[in-house]
Design a protein around this ligand. Structure first.
Ligand code: AMP
Ligand code: MG
Length: 349
């Protein structure tokens, strides 16, 4: 299949490009598009064949459900029920934006889209091009991240093309995304709302709206024996080609430990990488030292994490040591993705 590549350049021709992409989606095709979190791989959410195509293009297991993207918040009522009004309260506060709500689904949503579940995940993204595309496609676009299963979520259209060229109908290039990590997912179907995946909208922010909000036990604890509520969470997530370890402890001790670990690995002839911060990067002498940004700027760290992981793959690094980052606020999402990439391999110093 030839994949069309269209750049959204802010000109008057963008509307035409988006309409064309909408027609492709309506006809059952697949289009990758920018959102404020990461690039999504869209298909018509109400067409079972589109869902099957998404799973095939990503190489994703078909019991890993898709998030449905809408472009007007009231449209949630066509596909989901909100028995306790909690979705409305959260939508008022955080939509459009990087928050996904899990609710009981309505009949109209095919189980192919929900991976066989009777619940559905819904999000109203804030990215203007995403909103226009969803409207052009008829209002309901199922979209997982636009990476091949097992690779980091793409933060630029070039990374989408690396994974998806020849496998989908079209890529809409809207430049680099803003946030760089996937949306927060909150399950509203249990007695207490539960965060299934942390993201830019934090537990603290949700608690202000709803009072008590739990966090799924599998999020930061690799050894949890709990059965994950989001089926996607049971699958091994992205792991870099090099062996990644997260080093935890007092800041100075962590830096010294990483220096020693790199020296030992180099002595064995291995190519070494370090995930550092602006504050510490100059301290290291590895083959490839990458800063995720300043520790004072969690948004910057979130923004660069997936790009850095892809770069280590491209450079053929054998071992990677990462500093750890705080677990509060957005730090929870950053550590969740980092620990998953490391297969929860932690070195405590
Ligand atoms: P991605 O599309 O790659 O951002 O992944 C979507 C995530 O949403 C996966 O981890 C899914 O397991 C989760 N998800 C989607 N629908 C549901 C649902 N109905 N219940 C729980 N989790 C869901
Ligand atoms: Mg994904």
């Amino acid at each position: 299949m030839k994949t069309l590549y269209e750049v959204l350049d802010g000109s008057s021709r963008d509307e035409e490009r988006i309409q064309r992409a909408g027609e492709i989606l309506k006809a059952g095709g697949l289009v990758a598009f920018p959102t404020e979190t990461v690039y999504g791989l869209g298909g018509d959410a109400l067409n079972p064949a589109s869902a099957r195509r998404i799973y095939a293009a990503k190489g994703r297991p078909s019991d890993n459900p898709l998030i449905i993207h809408i472009c007007r918040w009231e449209d949630i009522y066509a596909i989901a029920v909100d028995p306790r009004g909690m979705a409305k309260r959260l939508a008022d506060a955080f939509w459009p934006g990087p928050l996904t709500l899990v609710l009981p689904k309505k009949e109209i949503v095919p189980i192919e889209t929900t991976g066989g579940l009777s619940t559905v995940a819904v999000r109203f993204p804030s990215h203007p091009a995403a909103q226009r595309l969803i409207a052009a496609a008829g209002g309901y676009v199922a979209a997982p991240s636009a990476n091949a299963s097992g690779r980091p979520s793409p933060t630029t259209a070039r990374y989408v093309a690396e994974d998806m060229d020849g496998r989908i109908d079209m890529i809409l290039d809207g430049g680099a995304v803003g946030i760089g990590l996937e949306s927060t997912i909150v399950d509203l179907t249990s007695e207490e709302p539960v965060i299934l995946r942390p993201g830019y909208v934090t537990q603290e922010m949700l608690m202000e709206m709803l009072g008590s909000v739990g966090v799924d036990g599998t999020i930061l604890d690799g050894k949890s024996v709990q059965r994950p509520k989001a089926p996607g969470m049971k699958y091994r997530h992205y792991a870099p080609l090099g062996e990644l370890s997260v080093v935890e402890g007092d800041a100075v001790a962590v830096q010294e430990a990483i220096v020693r670990l790199c020296e030992a690995a180099e002595a064995e002839g291995k190519k070494t990488g370090v995930i550092a911060s602006d504050e510490s990067a100059a301290f290291y002498r590895a083959d490839s030292v990458k800063s995720v940004g300043s520790r004072r700027d969690e948004a910057a760290i979130a923004h660069s994490l997936y790009r850095i992981l892809r770069e280590f793959d491209d450079e053929g690094v054998d071992v990677i040591y990462s500093e750890s980052f705080g677990c509060r606020g957005m730090g929870q999402a950053i550590m969740n993705r980092l620990l998953k990439a490391a297969g929860h391999h932690i070195i405590n110093v």
